[in-house]
Write a new protein. Structure first.
Length: 188
């Protein structure tokens, strides 16, 4: 069956009149959770297994792993945002920061979306937001605390020993969040 141009225009005009009503009908059902296709099925429920307002402590120069475990079965995008300057760091698996120290680590089928920060600096401390792009948008916040590891030689500051005697020094590491790869001793 062939249609003339005039008939095509009438069909298009009819569709343009119907489409707004179809959309309005779809939007008027939102929020009722009446069907699995409803965009609002997740409204009001936390979709995170990670506790909100968690704190991660890492030493300067170390590796920070900020956890974000999502328990959502429907498709959604997870983003990481640094709150102090609202810098978008990652969206899904893509890194949006020019700073190559930031990387998202995702474990498929487990909902893990961790933000990894290599060679942590003092200025990295602060709040980070793990945001889930569902309606309404949901977020959790992770605080990153950066500490400086300190080494202390325990015992008396002045030790007198005889030549050829054995000397035992003990070094304690404080505020360390990682086992040191090396320990260097210097004679001053």
């Amino acid at each position: 069956m062939m249609y003339s141009i005039l008939q095509h225009i009438r069909i298009l005009r009819g569709l343009l009149l119907i489409i707004p009503f179809v959309c309005i009908g779809a939007y008027s059902d939102m929020g009722k959770n009446s069907s699995p296709q409803n965009l609002f099925t997740n409204a009001g429920r936390s979709q995170f297994a990670t506790k909100n307002n968690s704190r991660v402590v890492v030493q300067k120069g170390g590796l920070a792993i900020l956890p974000c475990v999502v328990k959502l079965n429907s498709p959604a995008t997870v983003s990481w945002i640094r709150r102090k300057d609202f810098q978008l760091l990652t969206v899904g698996l893509s890194t949006h920061s020019s700073d190559k120290r930031f990387l998202v680590e995702h474990t498929r089928h487990m909902g893990h979306w961790s933000l990894r920060i290599k060679s942590v600096r003092e200025e990295d401390r602060g709040l980070y937001e793990c945001q889930l792009s569902i309606y309404p948008t949901q977020s959790i916040f992770i605080e990153l605390k950066v500490v400086e590891a300190e080494a202390e030689i325990t015992g008396s500051p002045d030790i007198h020993i005889d030549e050829g005697s054995t000397l035992r020094l003990e070094c304690k590491l404080r505020k360390a969040t990682e086992i040191p790869e090396f320990v260097f001793w210097y004679v001053l």
